[in-house]
Design a protein around this ligand. Structure first.
Ligand SMILES: C[S@@+](CC[C@H](N)C(=O)[O-])C[C@H]1O[C@@H](n2cnc3c(N)ncnc32)[C@H](O)[C@@H]1O
Length: 437
């Protein structure tokens, strides 16, 4: 089997065993609860999230080591959006020391310091050196049916793919997705205008995740978007939306008389969506609602088809452009640019909605994002929980200090602040605990 070579590889593969787990210290004054913030849940987002999210300020290496030590924490999904080693001052910059020496904090054992003596000098090798222990810890942190997603640009794609193949095993590769991130063609490009990014996806153990003889374990994404189901009568039937009773082509035309005497027929040029018999059944089941003089039917999320296979090239409206992520963040920060190139919410929602029918819409997943950045993942999780009454929990790790892109403490002033602003703006009934190391 092909394997990747880089200088320092041997010691990179041992680093994670030498890291002293960080001490996670709660910071109550930076923690957040929508209850304390006095937020009443809007009528259509009624459910209180029972679970609590976590924002952890610190270098992800000792923090991940701490999570490994914190048995039985295991994550269903892990997302990594590391610096891309792109060479530009923003995306390519490591918050931690480029040499890797000071990246893991001062209280580390001598053996780690010795291992770090051999940090490679070559830029790419150093990048692979940094990622290796983090990927190895991520593997340990995955649940048996867990999946990891790593975002990457083309420049390091094959190197990262090989490294992940070595760490997770060729048999556990799920997919390499291509995401159209740039909405336009970059006319200044010397060669190709690179308008895609990639997401490499591995399973902890693909044979445990997807079983060939059980369709209930095949990977699917909802073919109807979850956020099309904004209502909930709290009657145990779950979220629903209101659909028209007609379609462009379906059942034979008829005139239907409801039990209150009102008559209905499909408007000119359209057809009844349901047969008369089905409409009768829907009426008897209390699923017909009159809204502004028009009859509509409650369509429950739990009754929609099991979904469709996720795509390695999702449609643009499903993954969003890079500019969408920028606009979403700017809007929350009153037009200010506080972080460069956050991921679009749509992309995170797409990745997190990939799952098996038997996992009930992934509604109880535990998610870890090791390079939190502007907190897109946690906002996406809160939004998804609000929409489908989920109890997903999200842990985000983000280094505290400033970097070349910003003089702010990214974790406090961007990650945390974004999540709080989003929760307040959208009325998410949610909470998180904040930790430092
Ligand atoms: C590419 S950005 C992630 C962007 C994020 N996905 C978003 O949507 O906003 C990478 C982030 O990882 C952080 N970072 C880099 N090295 C880190 C480390 N060793 N531990 C924790 N965070 C780190 C950087 O500060 C930066 O915010």
């Amino acid at each position: 089997m092909a394997s990747i070579e880089f200088s320092g590889k041997e010691s990179a593969f041992e680093l994670h065993t030498k890291v002293l787990p960080a001490q996670l210290r709660p910071v109550p004054e930076l923690s957040y609860s929508s209850k304390q913030a006095g937020l009443a849940a809007p009528t259509i987002l009624r459910r209180t999230e029972p679970a609590e999210h976590r924002i952890i300020e610190g270098d992800n290496l000792p923090v991940m080591a701490a999570l490994v030590a914190e048995q039985p924490t295991r994550f269903d999904r892990i997302y990594l959006d590391p610096p891309y080693n792109s060479g530009n001052s923003v995306r390519g910059s490591w918050v931690y020391d480029d040499t890797g020496r000071s990246s893991v904090g001062s209280a580390q054992p001598e053996s780690l310091a010795t291992a770090l003596e051999n940090v490679p000098q070559d830029r790419r090798d150093r990048w692979l050196f940094q990622l290796t222990p983090r990927l190895l810890l991520a593997r340990e942190l995955l649940s048996e049916t867990g999946m990891i997603f790593v975002s990457i640009a083309e420049r390091e794609l094959e190197f990262l793919a090989l490294l992940m193949c070595e760490i997770f095993g060729a048999d556990n590769r799920v997919a390499i997705m291509s995401i159209r991130s740039l909405h336009t063609v970059r006319n200044s490009s010397k060669g190709f205008s690179r308008n895609t990014e990639h997401v490499i996806c591995y399973a902890k153990q693909l044979s445990a995740l997807v079983q060939h003889d059980d369709r209930n374990t095949y990977l699917r994404v909802p073919s109807d978007k979850l956020y099309n189901y904004p209502y909930d009568d709290q009657d145990g039937k779950g979220p629903y939306r209101l659909d028209q009773l007609y379609a462009r082509n379906h059942a034979k035309p008829y005139v239907y008389r409801f039990s209150d005497g009102r008559e209905w027929q499909a408007p000119d040029g359209s057809f009844p969506r349901y047969s008369q018999r089905e409409l009768q059944r829907l009426e008897a089941a209390g699923q017909i609602v009159w809204s502004r003089g028009e009859a509509r039917v409650k369509r429950y999320l739990q009754n929609v088809a099991e979904g469709e296979p996720p795509s390695t090239f999702p449609a643009q409206h499903l993954s969003g452009f890079s500019k969408d992520g920028t606009a979403e963040l700017r809007e929350l920060f009153d037009g200010q640019r506080v972080f460069s190139q956050p991921k679009p919410l749509a992309l995170m929602r797409y990745l997190l909605s990939i799952g098996r029918p038997c996992d009930n819409g992934n509604r109880e997943q535990s998610i870890l994002d090791c390079y939190g950045g502007s907190g897109t993942t946690m906002e996406a999780v809160m939004a998804m929980n609000a929409e489908d009454q989920g109890a997903r929990t999200c842990t985000v790790i983000q280094k505290g200090g400033a970097d070349s892109a910003s003089p702010l403490n990214i974790c406090r002033d961007v990650t945390r602040e974004r999540v709080v602003r989003a929760a307040q703006k959208h009325g998410y009934v949610s909470s998180f605990s904040y930790f430092t190391t």
